[in-house]
Design a protein. Structure first.
Length: 349
């Protein structure tokens, strides 16, 4: 398939006119990759079963792993889901933004989009290009992350092209994703209860500001047990993984330094906090270091994680090491992505 590429500058409203051709493709059941504030998305008309099937095909995604439905305005959720007062509290506080809400689906969204479930995932993105595309297309847009299934989500136009050039009808070339990790996903249980299925920029504490009870699904921090049913189907799949094994080190920088002295090899990559790289560089002459940002700067780390995982992938290392982040605040999102990228390969030092 020939992929058309258009360039849309988020800071130049006059370039938004080009989105009309992208919207036309969406209306005609075609696939369009577009930027969002979390990661790039692979979009199609969420109400068009054939178009949605093509999303699964282009990604190589298992068909029981449902897609998120993107809307231009929070109140558009009425057309696709049975909302309640908690949905509007969440919408008031966090929409448009990096929050996905799971509710009982209306029949306007086909089962294929929902991976066969009775619920639907709704998100109203903040990125102005994404919103304009949804508005112009006059359709809800089903969009998973625009990566091949299993690999890290793309946060830049270049990484999108690596995976999707030739597999989709159009790619919108725009700026790097603002946040760099996928949206926070919550399921509405009742008027006062949420279950966190995937952590993101909107943290557990943020959610507790609007909802009395926020449960955290245990698959957010732990491995699913053999035969256990995942609350969110995506949790059961290998994800975000670089080709070389990623090994997470749980311990002080002194312990990490001691451990890595046995791994001082040119086939090894070490992802490390800014202030720790200088300390380790003196002892480890052969490894390549990748700067994760300052240890207390979780936003920079979120911005860099998938980018770094893709860059190290290209170099053909045999092993990749990284520190295990704390689970506090946005740290929980990093923790969740990193334990899964490592297939729960954690070394306690
Ligand atoms: P992605 O679009 O690649 O960011 O993945 C979307 C995530 O949302 C996957 O982990 C899905 O399993 C999850 N998801 C989408 N719809 C639902 C739903 N109705 N119930 C539970 N999880 C969902
Ligand atoms: Mg994904």
């Amino acid at each position: 398939m020939k992929t058309k590429i258009i360039k849309v500058n988020i800071n130049n409203r006059s370039s938004f006119n080009k989105l009309k051709s992208a919207a036309e493709l969406i209306r005609n059941g075609k696939l369009v990759v577009f930027p969002t504030e979390t990661v790039y998305g692979l979009g199609a008309d969420a109400t068009d079963t054939n178009a949605v099937r093509n999303i699964y095909k282009a990604k190589g995604r298992p068909s029981d792993n449902p897609l998120i439905v993107h809307i231009a305005n929070p109140q558009d959720a009425e057309k696709y889901a049975y909302t309640n007062s908690l949905y509007y509290k969440l919408a008031d506080k966090f929409m448009p933004g990096p929050l996905t809400v799971i509710m009982k689906s209306k029949s306007s969204i086909p089962k294929t989009t929902r991976g066969g479930l009775d619920t639907v995932a709704i998100r109203c993105p903040q990125n102005a290009v994404a919103r304009k595309l949804i508005e112009y297309s006059k359709r809800p847009i089903a969009a998973p992350s625009a990566n091949l299934s299993g690999s890290p989500s793309p946060t830049s136009f270049k990484h999108v092209c690596d995976d999707m050039n030739g597999r989709v009808n159009m790619i919108i070339n725009s700026s790097d994703s603002d946040f760099g990790l996928e949206s926070t996903i919550v399921k509405i249980e009742d008027e006062n209860t949420l279950t966190l299925l995937r952590p993101g920029k909107i943290t557990v504490d943020d959610l507790r500001g609007v909802c009395e009870k926020v449960n955290v699904a245990h698959a957010v921090t732990e491995e699913l047990k053999e035969g256990e049913r995942a609350l969110s189907p995506g949790m059961k799949y290998r994800h975000y993984s670089p080709k070389a094994p990623l090994i997470l080190l749980d311990g002080s920088i002194e312990k990490i330094s001691e451990y890595l002295s046995g791994e001082d090899d040119s086939h090894t990559a070490v992802i490390l906090y800014d202030e720790d790289i200088d300390i380790l560089k003196e002892h480890l002459m052969n490894v390549d270091f990748y700067n994760f940002g300052a240890s207390n700067d979780r936003l920079t780390q979120a911005h860099r994680l998938f980018y770094i995982l893709r860059e190290v992938d290209k170099k053909g290392y045999k092993k990749i090491f990284a520190p295990l982040p704390s689970q506090e605040g946005i740290g929980l999102a990093l923790y969740n992505r990193m334990i899964r990228a490592s297939a729960h390969n954690i070394i306690k030092l």
